[in-house]
Design a protein around this ligand. Structure first.
Ligand code: MF3
Ligand code: CO
Ligand code: CO
Length: 262
């Protein structure tokens, strides 16, 4: 089957995605205590790789289209695909998105969170809170018969009302045994547009929200995407499955399960 075919997963396959998603969520929880001033992004990468292997999984990013490391670490003005580096030391006031994708029993779990290093500036705090809310509002649109465009519309409406902008160059994606496949899930757009959402679809929602302009630049390393104006960017990502009457977040962390049940 062509890789870009939009597939609907069986309940057996969704059970596999649930296990991979849970492992991805647990990996973010495991890394969180490392996010402190003085730690290098390479140290976080190396612990992620060690933990992933210890849990019988593989790091999907490592070697993916030539990506050199096991996770993405995107600090401050880096929008996504930041490459962990021994010389990059976290400092008080930084924000860092950690994006992990373990492969467990052939299925991918893809999730990310933006963490504060020490004490954030008021702007950083607002940007990060708005970005998480954007992701959750996008997820809330997911139900059978809705359209993919409804997700981006909800995200864009909220981000722009808060004075921020939505990155266009990177989108959410279908995910299963393939890391990136159909459908594409833009984080901007119009209600009622795009493919119809069906039970059995599994995809990511991963908005990147910028403090200033939405345009990005790619560094000479071919990966690191940063804001054109060098202002801050934040991102959150969940992998979700469409159920017969709504949505299941496959990468929900324990801390979030508590929030959502309040
Ligand atoms: N995890 C990223 C995503 O959300 C993809 C990273 S690809 C890599 O889709 F090669 F940079 F790791
Ligand atoms: Co993704
Ligand atoms: Co990701």
């Amino acid at each position: 089957m062509a890789p870009e075919t939009l597939v609907l997963l069986s309940s057996r396959e969704i059970a596999k995605m649930r296990q991979a998603g849970r492992l991805a969520a647990e990996l973010l929880d495991h890394l969180e205590p490392m996010v402190k001033p003085g730690v290098s992004t390479l140290e976080i990468n190396d612990e992620a790789e060690r933990w992933t292997q210890a849990h019988g999984a593989k790091s999907a990013p490592l070697g993916y289209q030539g990506f050199p490391m096991s996770i993405c670490t995107s600090v401050n003005e880096v929008v996504c695909h930041g490459i962990p580096n021994a010389k990059q030391i976290l400092q008080d006031g930084d924000i860092i998105n950690i994006d992990v994708t373990p492969i467990l029993d052939s299925y991918h779990g893809d999730t990310s969170k933006t963490f504060f290093v020490g004490t954030p500036s008021p702007t950083a705090q607002k940007l990060v809170e708005v970005t998480r809310e954007c992701m959750m509002r996008g997820i809330a649109e997911v139900k059978p018969e809705a359209r993919i465009g409804d997700i981006g519309a909800a995200i864009q409406e909220y981000a722009e009302a808060q004075g921020f902008s939505v990155v266009r160059d990177f989108v959410g994606h279908g995910i299963n045994r393939i890391f990136h496949t159909a459908p594409q899930v833009p984080h901007y757009g119009k209600r009622g547009k795009g493919k119809r959402i069906r039970p059995g679809m599994v995809f990511t929602i991963e908005p990147m929200i910028n403090e200033g302009v939405w345009e990005v630049e790619i560094l000479a390393d071919k990966w690191t995407a940063l804001t054109r104006d060098r202002k801050l960017s934040a991102q959150f990502e969940h992998t979700v499955a469409v159920t017969s009457d709504g949505v299941e977040i496959l990468t929900l962390r324990e801390e979030e399960a508590l929030i959502e049940s309040v």
